[in-house]
Design a protein around this ligand. Structure first.
Ligand SMILES: [Zn+2]
Length: 286
């Protein structure tokens, strides 16, 4: 039987970082020691590229500058496959832990690393751990100053480490003192009682049954007639990676469900249409 794929296109995004970069791990591994750990990002990202190529899908790859410096060929391969190259900071430091100057320096360093690697100046940005919150909204102005037209760092949910509850759940242009920027929040669903829950992928896709994410995307596409923005990390599809997270919560958030993640991503790619962030949401006129 032929499966009918809905016509609505959604945004697919992949945060390209090593398994030792997530905020949940940084307590266990200091950044000075990153270079001493075995790298797995090429293998993991190649697998994602193969999965997308099978379905002829292009997405947005938010690349860490640190990775671009060490694996320039990988960034070139991502770009050559037709994907959009975005920026995921240089050193995966949380934006609200930085001063505006430190954030600007980190962002400029990342842009240069990505440009040196692939000859592309990234225009779409995603902060590590969605760390543009009400405490660090100033970062949007810095991003415009650094040439960015899109940001996807504000998660309109309640979470212990990120999120702006009550923030717009759909893409919109935000005006900063330096100019406009298109903000593309990761997908959420609104439940009865005005409760907003994440359905954007990552840990939620890994930890919960596939039907939860699929139903969430359909709700956004059909009930709200809007596209959803999904994300995941290449390391989430690699159960063979070294286990570094130390606390129970970190271990669950980082490693639970990795064995079934590749199958879930494959189903998403089969059941929905995807494209890049910028293809779905045009850059604001400056
Ligand atoms: Zn990240």
């Amino acid at each position: 039987m032929l499966r009918k794929v809905p016509e609505m296109r959604n945004a697919l995004s992949v945060d390209v970082e090593e398994y030792f970069h997530p905020a949940e791990i940084c307590g266990a591994v200091r950044s000075e020691n990153w270079d001493s750990l075995p790298s797995r990002v090429e293998l993991q990202t190649e697998r994602v590229l193969d999965m997308l190529a099978t379905r002829n899908i292009c997405g947005t790859f938010f690349v860490l500058g640190w990775v671009a410096d060490r694996h320039p060929k990988l960034i070139r391969r991502i770009a050559a496959a037709g994907h959009e190259i975005g920026c995921h900071s240089y050193a995966h430091r949380l934006v609200y832990d930085l001063t505006p100057l430190e954030f600007k320096q980190d962002t400029e360093r990342a842009v240069k690393a990505i440009e040196d690697a692939a000859g592309i100046v990234p225009r779409v940005y995603r902060a590590p751990s969605f760390s543009i919150t009400s405490r660090s909204l100033w970062a949007l102005e810095v991003l415009v100053e650094c040439g960015f037209t899109h940001d996807s760092s504000i998660y309109p949910i309640q979470h212990d480490r990120y999120g702006i509850p009550g923030f717009s759940r759909h893409a919109q242009i935000l005006n900063t003192a330096s100019g406009p920027i298109m903000e593309v929040p990761v997908a959420t669903a609104r439940l009865p009682g005005d409760r907003v829950v994440p359905v954007g992928g990552g840990g939620y896709l890994r930890l919960l049954p596939y039907r939860y994410t699929a139903a969430g995307i359909r709700r956004i596409n059909e009930d709200e007639d809007a596209p959803a923005c999904l994300y995941f990390h290449p390391w989430e599809l690699d159960p063979g990676q070294p286990r570094l997270a130390s606390t129970w919560t970190s271990r669950v958030r980082t490693y639970a469900g990795m064995g079934s993640m590749a199958a879930k991503v494959a189903r998403l790619l089969r059941d929905f249409q995807f494209t890049t962030l910028a293809a779905l949401h045009p850059a604001p006129a400056n």
